[in-house]
Design a protein around this ligand. Sequence first.
Ligand SMILES: C[S@@+](CC[C@H](N)C(=O)[O-])C[C@H]1O[C@@H](n2cnc3c(N)ncnc32)[C@H](O)[C@@H]1O
Length: 169
Amino acid sequence: MYHETKKIKPKKIVDLGTGCGSCAIAMARALQELDNGGKIYSFDLDKMTGGSQMREGTALSEVNKKFSGMGLESFITTTGGDVFKTWVQNPTDFDLLYIDLDNTWDKIYDVVMGNDFITSKIREGTPTFIEGGHPMHPRMNEQTLRDFNNKNLIPKMEYLHLIYYMEIV
Ligand SMILES: C[S@@+](CC[C@H](N)C(=O)[O-])C[C@H]1O[C@@H](n2cnc3c(N)ncnc32)[C@H](O)[C@@H]1O
């Protein structure tokens, strides 16, 4: 996400699933180097699920302390609470969206189709990244997407192969 941020030069990043903050830190470092006034709005539960390297129940405020300790507090604003009741219900503008919510295709669908504003921004081509995609990923792979699409929801989601696989020969 550091390299994507450097390429896209976003002003408003929405990061769903702060977790231990590694992705937010990578993007914040890129913004710091770009010096373009860009900010990250990062969302997680007040007490995390433990889906990342954080212990289950870790408070979002602990991660904020980490951001401050690294001098990144001016780049990252966090908001606590269920993202479906916070940002998805009342989305703010964004020019880069990153979704890492212990992802399942159902959750991704509920975010991207959860609000007309979000859907139209993504349709316009606003860069949107999701955690997952590798064939070995337990929940987010091509087969699980085919299974999800068999539910016949309209519109369907398509699988784009991005940079998730590197072969070393
Ligand atoms: C895999 S972690 C995110 C890792 C993070 N991107 C990083 O760089 O460390 C997933 C996070 O999503 C959060 N999460 C899951 N469902 C959520 C929801 N409905 N609302 C807000 N946060 C949620 C969990 O608490 C967890 O911290």
